[in-house]
Design a protein around this ligand. Structure first.
Ligand code: SAM
Length: 237
């Protein structure tokens, strides 16, 4: 039997890795990495020495075929991304889809297994500390830069659910401006919607900024030194 383990890794703090993830990484024959140099740091931190090969968003189909051959040969493979849970705005889901399709018989008979080794994700981490309704929510990944962006903002501000998305430091101010514009123009809501920014989660400068779109925009305008790092944006009631 061979296994493809989809392993969540830290989103900043290298100690945020489960005992099971470490055990599976140490036992894998090969680790498929988004960037082998990033994963090497994590492996070194936990004294794991292992063969790594790259698997990223632009990997050719031949790489998927290679994975399929390795699984058929009985190899245990682990897939990690640079940070967080593979497949969540990261490479992984296409590979899993293909393996499920190509090896459907072997999966059915139990010769091959795809398993989740759950752990950190910026999405769930942000939701867990934002103090916003999260019994149900909409996750948008990264917003498109151009096509469909305006429509999406309209949907975000009129959504009954909490909306969560990822944003880069280069676009966060632009995004806050757009949220301000759209939330001002939206008279459906008696109480103004809340915008929450979760920045640098699990890292030294982790912070949560919450308020109206204008309050949050003003905060980052005043603190330009904080317009860097990694951001999760939540728009909620
Ligand atoms: N697969 C990852 C996960 O499960 O969270 C997400 C990968 S996606 C390529 C990277 C984006 O996730 C960043 O641009 C940022 O929006 C968000 N992110 C990742 N780490 C973060 C952190 N420590 N704090 C805040 N946001 C983070």
């Amino acid at each position: 039997m061979s296994t493809l383990s989809i392993i969540a890794t830290p989103i900043g703090n290298l100690e945020d890795i489960t005992l099971r993830a470490l055990k599976v990484l140490a036992a894998a024959d090969i680790i498929l990495c988004e960037d082998t140099r990033v994963t090497k740091k994590l492996l070194d931190r936990h004294s794991i020495s292992k063969k790594t090969i790259s698997y990223h968003a632009h990997s050719k189909l031949s790489r998927v075929d290679e994975v399929i051959v390795l699984l058929k040969e009985g190899k245990n493979l682990a897939l990690v991304s640079d940070a967080g849970t593979p497949g969540i705005s990261d490479p992984g889901s296409e590979l899993v889809k293909k393996v499920r399709h190509e090896l459907a018989n072997e999966i059915r008979t139990g010769e091959i297994k795809i398993e989740a080794i759950p752990g950190p994700s910026a999405l769930t981490s942000a939701l867990s500390i934002a103090g916003v309704p999260c019994a149900d929510f909409t996750f948008l990944g990264f917003l498109p830069h151009k096509k469909g962006r305006e429509t999406l903002f309209k949907e975000i501000v009129s959504s009954e659910r909490t909306v969560v998305f990822y944003e880069s430091p280069h676009r966060i101010m632009k995004t806050l401006e757009s949220l301000m514009e759209h939330l001002n123009g939206n008279s459906d809501h008696a109480a103004p919607k809340k915008v929450t920014i979760c920045r640098e989660l699990t890292k030294l400068f982790e912070e949560v900024v919450q308020g109206t779109a204008k309050e949050v925009r003003d905060y980052f305008e005043e603190h330009q030194d904080k317009v860097k790092g990694e951001f999760v944006v939540l728009v909620s009631k």
